[in-house]
Structure formats: C-alpha cells, structure tokens
Design a protein around this ligand. Structure first.
Ligand code: GLU
Ligand code: MG
Length: 446
C-alpha cells in the first residue's frame, strides 16, 4: 500500500472518522458521492468500489451501468463542520471513475482534464491555474427556501458591520483553511451581497478539484447561517453577475515558461502562443466555461464582464488580461475573465488547456492588445480593428463547440454527445418558457 494510502488510513484513525464520502462529479460538475463506513476504506483504497452509474447525468445507459470508483488519496480531507457531533466525523476523497475492465470511464470529467494534462506534459510543461470564484449570499425564507432577498447593501471592498453575510464569509474561510486551502484574499464584491474568496493557485487538476470543494463548502456554511449561496452567473438583472476569472501559467520544472523579461509585457513567446490558442478556440471554450442560458446574461457590456475577444494589460473590459506584478519571474500569467462559476471546471479547464496547447503547436500569433475601454468603441471601430464578439447565447456557443475539432477531440465523443444533448434540452425548455419580461412587455400592447 502506498504512503499516501497509509497516511489516509492513519488520518482516519487519528481523527475519529466514522464515514468517508467517495466523491466524483457528473458532466455538469455537480458533485455526487457515496458514503462508506470508515472500516471499509482500506479495501476501497486497494480495490475501488463498484457503483451503479446509470442515474448519473451524462454517464451510462442502464445496460452498461456498472462502474468503479477509485479514490485519489491526495484529495483526502475532513469536513470541518462535522467536528462537534460527538458521534465521529466525516471525511471525503475525490475519486476517478473506472469501467469494470479497469479502464478510465470516458464520461468522467476529471479524466478528461487528466488526459489534457498529459498532453501538455508531453511538451515538458505543467499548467497552473488560479480561480477567483464570485458568489451571492441571499437570505433564506423562514421555511428554508432560497430567495433573491439581498442580505446587505455593501459594495467593492466595503467594510460592512459584521452582518450575516460577513460572518458567513469568515466561517467559510476558516472551514476552507481547515480543509487545506491556502486563502489569499476574501472581500465583498461590487454588487450588494456579492462576495469573492481567492485561494492559492495550483496545478490545474488540483484547482479544478478545489473549485468543486469550494462551491460545496460555501453552500454548506452559508446554509448554517440561514443564507443561500449561489454561483448562478447572473441572479439579479441590473447589477454585476458572478465570474470565475482564471489565472493561467505554464511551468517548465521550477521556471515560469510565460515569463521573458525582454518581451513586451514580459510575456514569453510560449505565453503569446497559448493566449492566441485561447482566442482561436474561445467559442468552444465558452460553451463549457459559460454553460447556462443564464451565463449569457452576464456577458453583456457595463458589468465588468467581457463581451469582446481581446486582450490587454490593464483593461478590465478585455477577455484576457495580463496582470501587472512586482515578482514577474514567478507570477507572470494571463487572466481569462470569461468563465463563470457555474461551469464544470474539469471540462472548462481541459478546453482552455488544449486550446492554448494548439496555439503553441501551431505557433499562433495573438492579435494586437487593445488598451481602450472596448465597451466605448463603436461597432465600426471594433470591426475595423478586427475585434470579434464572444458568443451571445448558449445556442451560439454550442454551435462553436460542435465546429471545434480540437476541443471536441479533447472532450471525447462520449462527453460531447451527452453534453450537447443535455444542453439542447435545456435550451429547448428555455425557448418554451414564457417569461415575466414578455408578459410585462407585450400583454397589454398587443
Ligand atoms: N463580477 C465581474 C464579472 O462578472 C467581475 C468583477 C471583478 O473585476 O472582479 O466578471
Ligand atoms: Mg472579482
């Protein structure tokens, strides 16, 4: 048994763990789990555990539903909020999903990201990612349901008196730290009741794991405070939505391969090619990084979310920003501002990775940076300068995904088919809905 597995078993003994949740995600990045008594863990670590995957979104048909979970011991963490129950605690381990023959299951999003990671490793690089997930905290109704009731009127970096939202955010930070997160910053965001908590960047697989954990912890602790946390991209019209800006760098061993002190913006040739690859495939990336009908209500002018396909140093209306840094040797990176926190991070990051990699392989050159506020350019000015637009709807994004050979190949046939099928259904439901806006706008006039 490996050292990591031994460590997990020791942690289970030392911390009075009674139950272990074996976790994975469906194709939408929604966490699923099966719980086992701690006594079974040794055998599960060695042999995995069979489960019926037929009811998991995007998994198998009934006839071929037997699958296995194989825990990744590196992801073991104890749920801090199970501390005081007196009857033992609960821990979780993130698992890989396998077919009965021991091969990886092609519908497992975590596997898709691992496969993309092995592609970049073949070229001698590792990809690092850091995510800034924003979220809203809304009040719950007395009977416990989520509402759209804001808990405060605070704004960016405000020091509000310790209201329920601030108290919840403080407890979220503590819980995340107890689960091994290194928290870099936590602050009130621009919109009322909107918050952001930033945790330290890591290799892209760990960051994707962390995002899934992060969303779960935020929701759990918020609920304990009588609040509902949502990662829905645009819950309230007329104020900022929630993004999940993602900072990306490639490393070769202990060297940041994105840094070149002699190049403009300190961005190495590899960095510029990676950036160009993202721009080349941004349509397909958007289908994964902005997966909901609602995602496209965030990607509109005027709310600090990107709309156009451009890059820049300081310009926050750009799709990709190159943040300034006083330690460029280590922290040179690009910041992709389009993803939102409703995405499946495994699939979105796999798409970003293979797109950047395609840019490197084909030695693509990015367009010139645009430092003006793009929201203020006229359509003619944008056209003259060749500044394209992000997909304006889920429909458009899915069409771009369908056309994109690089991204669809990275996702694999199984995921592409299941993802498109589910998203088409979602779009169809949306088309059939008659919204309150339509009633208000048309009922009396027509
Ligand atoms: N909430 C904004 C968005 O939708 C981002 C605000 C910020 O710059 O952090 O992307
Ligand atoms: Mg932010």
């Amino acid at each position: 048994m490996s050292k990591h597995k031994e460590d997990v078993l020791k942690a289970v003994r030392d911390n009075n763990i009674n139950f272990v949740r074996l976790q994975f995600t469906d194709i939408f990045g929604i966490p699923k789990n099966v719980e086992i008594p701690a006594g079974r863990l040794q055998s599960v670590l060695e042999k995995g555990i069979a489960f019926d995957g037929s009811s998991i979104e995007g998994f198998m048909r009934i006839s071929e539903s037997d699958m296995y979970l194989r825990p990744d011991p590196m992801t073991f963490a104890i749920y801090p909020w199970t501390m005081d129950l007196g009857n033992g605690r609960t821990a979780r381990i993130i698992c890989d999903v396998l077919l009965p023959n021991g091969q990886p299951f092609p519908g497992d999003p975590r596997y898709v990201l691992k496969r993309a990671q092995s592609e970049v490793e073949k070229l001698g690089y590792s990809m690092y990612a850091g995510a800034e997930a924003e979220f809203f905290l809304f009040l719950r109704t007395p009977d416990g349901r989520a509402s759209l009731e804001l808990h405060d009127r605070g704004s960016y970096f405000d020091l509000t008196p310790l209201d329920r939202g601030e108290a919840a955010r403080a407890d979220i930070v503590v819980a995340l730290e107890q689960m091994g997160f290194e928290i870099e910053a936590a602050h009130h965001e621009v919109a009322p009741s909107q918050h952001e908590i930033d945790f330290r960047y890591a290799d892209v697989l760990r960051t994707a794991d962390n995002i899934v954990t992060f969303r779960f912890v935020v929701k759990t602790i918020a609920m304990q405070h009588g609040l509902h946390a949502t990662f829905m991209p645009k819950p309230v019209a007329g104020i900022n939505g929630s993004g999940m800006h993602t900072h990306i760098s490639l490393w070769r061993g202990s060297e940041n391969a994105f840094y070149d002190p002699k190049a403009p913006y300190g961005l190495s040739e590899v960095a510029r090619q990676f950036l160009a690859g993202i721009i080349e495939h941004i349509g397909a990336i958007t289908a994964l990084a902005n997966p909901l009908v609602n995602s496209y209500k965030r990607l509109v002018p005027g709310y600090e979310a990107p709309v156009n396909i451009s890059w820049a140093r300081i310009n926050r209306s750009a799709l990709i920003r190159v943040p300034a840094s006083n330690t460029p040797e280590t922290s040179t990176r690009i910041e992709l501002r389009s993803p939102d926190p409703s995405c499946n991070p495994y699939l979105a990051y796999a798409a970003i990775l293979v797109s950047g990699l395609d840019g490197i392989k084909r030695k693509l050159t990015p367009p010139d940076p645009v430092e003006e506020n793009i929201y203020e350019l006229t359509r003619e000015e944008r056209e003259e300068r060749g500044i394209g637009a992000l997909p304006g709807s889920l429909d458009e994004a899915l069409a771009a995904l369908r056309r994109d050979k690089v991204v669809t190949a990275a996702l694999g046939e199984h995921i592409v088919e299941k993802y498109l099928e589910a998203k088409e259904k979602e779009l169809q439901e949306y088309r059939l809905a008659v919204t309150p806006w339509e009633i208000e706008r048309y009922l009396e006039d027509y």
